[in-house]
Design a protein around this ligand. Structure first.
Ligand code: SF4
Length: 454
């Protein structure tokens, strides 16, 4: 969500006439888009801000803006700790960044935070909703589409509901029109984004969620060949969603289903609303309905009060779920959350680090086994471009969201966004390798990424 906000923020600044600077030292405007989900990011951000003070003093015309959910939460602290910041804005007024920078240049520092998204049609200010912004995208063929903002859940560790507000779904017709417009511009893959995509539309209908309908409608848009989404909440994963995934060929066979913990006691303390058994049942139903489904997850280690038994349950459930990969996190207390107030039950840091390592071993074991199972198969990949480590090698992504490294035939290069068939010849914990069979479709956009012939 934060990455996508950055894309839209860049789009707003570009549309206002700014261009990307080659480095920090020559930039006239420096914009931080912050995220407050984890403590580490906070600390890094204040470090960066402090480092900029001298540069700002040596270049009087330079402006610094801070946006995002940390700015939303910490606006007073930012002003106190870094008076050299010109603009502070929140997640709901990204589109106002250029205007706020102008205002600050004329009148001095500006702080503007909206508690909720702007209404769809506020004719007095035009369409300045963040969701309406054109994004500057890394990959020309792939786009994120925000389908809802905020969250109505109250997971004990999570700060999102207090900084992003309650769930607000965008109208389905508007989303489909956005996907159609993206497809006309050459986008073939969209990722639907929300804090709890399963509940998309519940606020619109006051009845049942519309996520299954949205999946089908997005998959039906001409030119869209892959639909992804993140993240569904296990307690709300409905049979209708699983059916829509199974019956819509464009919806990728990948489910990111955050488990967080395998212990029922910890899940209850986290206020997640499901048990490990229910989670595993849900997963089994999804695997039965959707052939060749890849499953990934999020796991938190060291939630307050987590005992060795609780943690061992997490290891067991993770092994049983047999994940393709997992994001594993050390619990990070966020100010104002229920979990942050459970200080007396915090797990000692050395115990948490040791548990994280044991969990990593379990997750990587299943990931490697699942990757080895794919050796010998022919996979369809979308070509991303040359590998960051070795420009002679191309990378592509399968429908299961697995990264595949392969050598281009004759070193001639393949356009980013091309579809290609690759035989899988090798497996590692975090990627596959393969041999290119053929390029099956070229993208409609005109970006071409050359590969050096050596
Ligand atoms: S579902 Fe829970 S973890 Fe996810 S955004 Fe909402 S409160 Fe946070």
């Amino acid at each position: 969500m934060n990455d996508h906000d950055s894309e839209r923020l860049a789009g707003a600044l570009l549309a206002d006439g700014l261009v990307a600077a080659p480095d920090l030292e020559t930039a006239d405007v420096v914009v931080f888009n912050t995220c407050c989900i984890r403590e580490n990011a906070d600390n890094k951000f204040y470090g960066h801000l402090g480092n900029l003070k001298t540069l700002r003093e040596s270049r009087p015309g330079m402006q610094i803006a801070v946006g995002g959910c940390l700015a939303q939460m910490d606006k007073e602290r930012i002003r106190q700790r870094a008076p050299h910041v010109d603009v502070v804005f929140g997640t709901h007024n990204l589109a106002r960044a250029p205007e706020l920078l102008r205002q600050a240049a004329e009148q001095g520092p500006v702080v503007e935070i909206f508690a909720e998204p702007l209404p769809p049609t506020d004719s007095s200010i035009g369409d300045q909703r963040s969701a309406a912004l054109a994004a500057v995208r890394d990959l020309p063929y792939a786009a994120w589409v925000t389908i809802q903002t905020g969250c109505d859940n109250s997971c004990a560790f999570c700060i999102v509901p207090s900084v992003r507000g309650p769930e607000v779904s965008r109208p389905k017709v508007e989303l489909v029109a956005e996907v159609e417009a993206l497809a006309r511009r050459g986008v073939s893959e969209v990722t639907l984004l929300g804090q709890n995509v399963n509940s998309y539309g519940r606020d619109l209908t006051r009845r049942r969620p519309l996520f299954d309908e949205l999946l089908r409608a997005t998959g039906a848009v001409e030119g869209i060949r892959r639909v992804r989404f993140t993240s569904p909440h296990p307690k709300d994963l409905r049979p209708e969603t699983i059916a829509a995934m199974a019956e819509t060929v464009e919806v990728c066979n990948h489910l990111h289903l955050p488990l967080q913990s395998g212990s029922d006691a910890t899940l209850a303390a986290m206020r997640r609303g499901y048990t490990a058994e229910r989670y595993l049942r849900c997963l089994a139903e999804a695997r039965l309905a959707i052939p060749d489904l890849a499953v990934t997850t999020d796991l938190i280690v060291g939630f307050p009060g987590e005992t060795e038994d609780d943690f061992e349950r997490t290891l067991e459930v993770a092994a049983e779920a047999s994940y393709d990969s997992a994001y594993t996190f050390i619990f990070s207390p966020r100010p104002g959350t229920r979990a942050a107030a459970m200080e007396e039950c915090f797990v000692p840091a050395d115990v948490v680090v040791e548990r994280l390592e044991r969990l990593r071993v379990v997750v990587e074991r299943s990931a490697l086994a699942r990757h080895r199972d794919r050796i010998g198969r022919v996979e369809e990949v979308v070509v991303e471009g040359p590998s960051k480590r070795d420009p002679e090698v191309m990378t592509g992504r399968t429908g299961q969201n697995k990264l595949v490294h392969f050598e281009p035939i004759g070193g001639t290069g393949i356009a980013s966004g091309s579809f290609a068939e690759v035989t899988i010849t090798g497996a590692a914990r975090h990627h596959l390798s393969g041999e290119l069979l053929e390029v099956t479709a070229r993208p409609s956009h005109r970006v071409r990424i050359p590969v050096s012939a050596g």
